[in-house]
Design a protein around this ligand. Structure first.
Ligand code: 6PG
Length: 251
């Protein structure tokens, strides 16, 4: 039976983050060996803070890696809520990731402008033909998931979940009363390797729902990547879903 979802349960977040970072680096190294370069998109929030330093110390030809962001809060890059700031401070500012290879979403700009300039940056690095409405294939996309099953900045009920053509968009998150810029479903679904890093008891029940419920990404956005080529769930023990959930995920 073909299975695309893999579950990696670690005793604690540090070990889950370490296993996640190891897989990310392996897949990026494969991409560099195969195509001479690699592309990675990182999520923000709080959980990735434990993983970013592990990426920073990994042996990899980072000069050949282009790093993007899955989403961004519409704040300046120095703001404490900035996903870029989190990754920059713990990972990207350290050698040897070249600054030219880091493609942040301009959170300090108007949301629509930031989304448009981000789409242009993606198109440039991936060499996309805008006329052809091509979708980039990231080697690795790193995702988190909220307790409401949101991923990226695609929250339940978000109209952009139905946008299967765009690359990135500005979305107003009612729940947060804030604008975000986020990668759109087609980009998330095209990833060669999709990794989730989840931690804490609050994620176990929503993860179970995401795994067991029939495909309904408007209600459970994290389901969007359910049929991706390769999906790895890195979890600490507290976030572990039920055996039923994992068997659904593997089927
Ligand atoms: C963000 C993230 C978001 C995050 C989830 C989980 O900008 O907040 O990209 O999608 O992955 O909200 O966040 P935690 O890891 O903090 O639980």
């Amino acid at each position: 039976m073909l299975t695309n979802s893999h579950f990696h349960i670690a005793p604690d977040l540090q070990q889950a983050a370490s296993a996640c970072a190891t897989l990310i680096v392996e897949r990026l190294a494969d991409a560099i060996a195969t195509r001479g370069m690699a592309t990675l998109a990182l999520s923000g929030g709080s959980t990735p803070a434990r993983m970013f330093p592990l990426l920073a110390e990994a042996e990899l030809d980072w000069q050949r890696v282009h790093v993007f962001f899955v989403d961004e809060r519409m704040v300046p890059p120095t703001h404490e809520d900035s996903n870029f700031r989190l990754a920059q401070s713990l990972f990207l500012a350290l050698p040897p990731v070249p600054a030219a290879n880091v493609h942040r979403i301009h959170g300090e700009e108007d949301p629509e402008d930031a989304a448009a300039s981000y789409e242009a940056a993606i198109a440039e690095v991936f060499g996309l033909d805008a006329e052809e409405e091509e979708i980039p294939t990231f080697d690795v996309i790193h995702l988190g998931m909220g307790d409401d099953a949101h991923t990226a900045s695609l929250f339940p009920g978000e109209a952009a979940i139905d946008d299967l053509e765009g690359l990135a968009a500005a979305v107003y998150v009612e729940k947060l009363g804030a604008w975000r810029v986020t990668l759109l479903p087609a980009v998330l679904q095209a990833a060669r390797c999709t990794v989730f890093l989840l931690s804490g008891a609050g994620k176990a029940a929503p993860l179970d729902t995401v795994l067991v419920e029939p495909y309904n990404p408007k209600r459970y956005p994290a389901q969007l990547v359910r049929h991706n080529l390769e999906v790895h769930w890195f979890l600490d023990q507290a976030a572990k879903p039920s055996d039923e959930g994992m068997s659904h995920g593997r089927s």
